[in-house]
Design a protein around this ligand. Structure first.
Ligand code: AMP
Ligand code: TRP
Length: 336
């Protein structure tokens, strides 16, 4: 039997941050030898909220370079741009016509983003998870490694696949394969530096709330100095009254590659004045090799272009097969 397949993507809507790395990319790197990986930049998703056309293409390249800089290995992985493959939007349309609107209105991310945008909510923001279902189901992955916030979208993806199979397939011959989410407990929800009850996010207006993958040592030091803490002495995990403390200790644990027990012991008598410099050094040295590799890759634009061209060719061949199968069961004729 061949390797199982994984598929995942990130929206190129701004700089990637520690949440994207620990919730998603780092996990892709960790499992890549075991799987055949398909990783893409979700640039069609990036315009569901107001965007800057002068930055879209550049951000898309930056994210691709960041995948490689974080250690994605092209011997195991195919990297491509969502908008380069028309099958994504075509399948999304077909799915739109079998997805009940109330399923979409129930999505937490839609509700949150719609509130932020007030009157100016596009239809694309509502149907975004349908496009995500198309992204996934086109490639028939076994697993989809994402952060916790994407769990509901993956359930919807399974629901859409099951509905299409039920309506147009047979029990012996399902049209679409149902994927499993792959969500690691550790790092699945990295919280904001300015509020330990909210997730770290690209869309938070305050840059002080997140550590970006390309932040300089000075920026990292400044952000950690300013980050929210509390006035309790002794640092502990899992205290519901101390969400910031739990978040910072968890980040320290993952980035310093230590066990929870070791960090709990090391930090139990520490105050913030002692912890913060230690944590700052850990973040800076964890990001340094990634940043160095990123700048090397960006210095060679021809290389990235060839990676994305190869990725598109490989991904498109698979996507087109699935699209043709779905069109056939829906009754479309094949153009002669
Ligand atoms: P996005 O930035 O929304 O395109 O998310 C890209 C990937 O990063 C998805 O797999 C998310 O689940 C993951 N992710 C985003 N923010 C966080 C966070 N604060 N903690 C953990 N994972 C995250
Ligand atoms: N919606 C995802 C996010 O905001 C990005 C995404 C789009 C995605 N399509 C996907 C993730 C398919 C996994 C699989 O993070």
């Amino acid at each position: 039997m061949g390797k199982q397949r994984v598929l995942s993507g990130i929206q190129p809507t701004g700089e990637l941050h520690l949440g994207n790395y620990l919730g998603a990319i780092r996990n892709w790197v960790e499992i890549q030898q075991e799987y055949d990986s398909f990783l893409f930049m979700a640039d069609l998703h990036a315009i569901t909220v107001p965007h800057d056309p002068t930055k879209l293409a550049k951000n898309t390249y930056n994210v691709a370079a960041m995948y490689l800089a974080c250690g994605i290995d092209l011997n195991c992985a195919t990297i491509f741009v969502q908008s380069h493959i028309p099958a994504h939007t075509q399948l999304a349309w077909l799915f739109n016509c079998i997805t009940p609107v109330n399923w979409l209105e129930d999505m937490v991310q839609f509700k949150e983003k719609a509130i932020k945008q007030g009157e100016n909510v596009s239809a694309g923001l509502l149907t975004y998870p349908v496009l995500q279902a198309a992204d996934i189901l086109l490639y028939e992955p076994d697993k989809v490694p994402v952060g916790e916030d994407q769990k509901q979208h993956l359930e919807l993806t399974r629901d859409i696949a099951a509905r299409l199979n039920y309506q147009y397939g047979t029990e012996d011959e399902p049209v679409l394969k149902l994927p499993e989410p792959l969500i690691r407990a550790e790092g699945a929800r990295v919280m904001s530096l300015t509020d330990g009850t909210r997730k770290m996010s690209k869309s938070d207006p305050s840059d002080l709330s997140r550590i970006n993958m390309l932040d300089t040592p000075e920026q990292i030091q400044h952000k950690i100095k300013r980050c929210k803490t509390d006035s309790v002495r002794g640092l502990t995990f899992d205290d519901p009254e101390r969400p910031e403390c739990n978040n910072l200790l968890t980040l320290y644990m993952i980035l310093s590659d230590q066990t929870k027990a070791a960090v709990a012991t090391e930090c139990q008598d520490m105050g913030w004045g002692q912890f913060k410099p230690l944590f700052t050094e850990t973040v800076i040295s964890a990001l340094k090799p990634i940043q160095d590799r990123y700048h090397e890759i960006m210095a060679e634009p021809g290389y990235l272009e060839s990676v994305l061209r190869d990725g598109r060719d490989k991904a498109e061949a698979i996507a087109n097969q699935t699209l043709a199968r779905v069109k056939a069961v829906l009754g479309y004729s094949v153009p002669l």
